[in-house]
Design a binder for this molecule. Structure first.
Ligand code: ADP
Ligand code: MG
Length: 365
């Protein structure tokens, strides 16, 4: 079991990198603490598999160091790093039985057969593979094969970490949910560092205590699901987490105030203070649909908007409206009256965030 540190790590697949976009991983520093249940969340192509393969040693980084418990492991081969990695598609031996597949990683390190038996039985039980143990892997369904593949990652409890690279892609939705819960249980039982790669926010937040959101070769935020929701550190996090994502408005800073079109936006003094002190770049103001307040009548500090339409999603509704030419969303409770044609909105200061060139300005609040 180990703490994994990535120090000034960068990777490019290009022979002659010239700009940031030539890098699959842009220079980063990151620590996966010993024993954490982590998700690495981001869209396809953002560099997630590249990072896992660098940690496990399948790939040598272009720059930087990988440290396990503060010891450099760059020169160690994958099998010397003591990492279990589970891939998107099953990696199993078709001609072996399920039992022998699960036993394989343990036999490799010469664990005595009686210990192997109890461990294989335990993992088979957790993954509901007990009835299949004697079958040849060849005859299994795609789901079952992937469970065996995951089982191979889980049999060793002496590993430094277990890395899962979108392991549930080929699994049907019902079973997916169950397996995610199981992984969480296994984590609680063995306290092994686990990094779970996914592009699905729900999958990330059910498995992980802390999520690293990756975008364009960078970890743009590392936080609890709640922090990602309440305090997105980058516009991508605001947009990617939540359904629908955060509303963003291009803003203008003038006379110590922030404006969207001719409307002054209510942001906290600390944001304004930080804007006064620096060159401003591209400014945007973000607010989540959950925090936009909608009124039928003009109130103090409300802005009139045009109501476009409202979708009823059963337990809540999403109102789409236009403010100064920009389409925005608000989440209404099921019993809230839906205004027609026009409505009045207000943005609570606490939930109105300011971004400069896509990054959250200073410490909010
Ligand atoms: P993810 O797992 O998040 O989908 P990857 O780490 O697979 O992302 O890929 C990151 C970027 O690196 C992508 O632009 C991808 O096209 C590129 N890439 C990945 N593997 C290779 C490779 N073997 N050779 C060249 N480019 C690659
Ligand atoms: Mg990938």
């Amino acid at each position: 079991m180990a703490q994994i540190t990535l120090k000034a790590l960068a990777h490019t697949y290009s022979a002659n990198p010239v700009q940031g976009s030539d890098y699959a991983i842009r220079e980063m520093n990151h620590v996966w603490e010993q024993g954490g249940a982590y998700a690495l969340l981001g869209p396809s192509g953002c560099g997630k598999s590249t990072m896992l393969n660098i940690i496990s040693g399948l790939l040598n980084p272009s720059n930087g160091e990988i440290l396990f418990d503060n010891k450099r492991v760059n020169e160690l081969k994958p099998e010397e790093r003591n990492i279990a990695q589970v891939f998107q598609f099953p990696v199993i031996y078709d001609t072996m039985t399920v039992y022998d597949n699960l036993a394989f990683p343990l036999r490799n390190i010469k664990v005595p057969e009686h210990k192997i038996r109890s461990k294989v039985n335990e993992v088979a039980e957790i993954l509901e593979l007990t009835d299949q143990l004697k079958k040849k892997a060849k005859g299994l369904s795609a789901d079952e094969k992937q469970k065996v593949s995951m089982g191979r990652g889980l049999v060793r409890d002496d590993v430094s970490a277990i890395l899962f690279d979108e392991p549930l892609t080929v699994i049907d939705p019902q079973l997916k949910w169950k397996l995610r819960r199981k992984l969480k249980q296994i984590h609680e039982q063995f306290n092994i560092t686990m990094v779970y790669v996914t592009h699905d926010q729900l999958e990330a937040s059910t498995f992980a205590d802390k999520i690293a959101v990756m975008y364009d070769g960078q970890i743009v935020q590392f936080g609890t699901p709640r922090e990602l929701f309440e305090e997105p550190a980058h516009t991508f996090v605001g947009y990617f987490i939540g359904s629908p994502g955060m509303n963003y408005m291009d803003a203008r800073f003038s006379d110590g105030k922030l404006f969207f079109g001719e409307h002054e936006l209510p942001v906290s003094a600390s944001f304004l203070n930080q804007l006064t002190q620096a060159d401003n770049g591209r400014l945007q103001v973000g607010i989540r649909p959950e925090f936009v307040q909608i009124w039928n009548k003009q109130q103090d500090g409300t802005i009139e908007v045009r109501v476009d339409y409202c979708e009823d999603l059963g337990t809540y509704k999403i109102l789409t409206f236009t403010l100064a030419g920009q389409t925005m969303k608000a989440r209404l409770s099921e019993d809230q009256k839906v205004p027609s044609d026009k409505a009045y909105v207000s943005f609570p200061k606490q939930w109105t965030k300011v971004y400069r060139d896509d990054f959250l300005v200073g410490d909010a609040q």
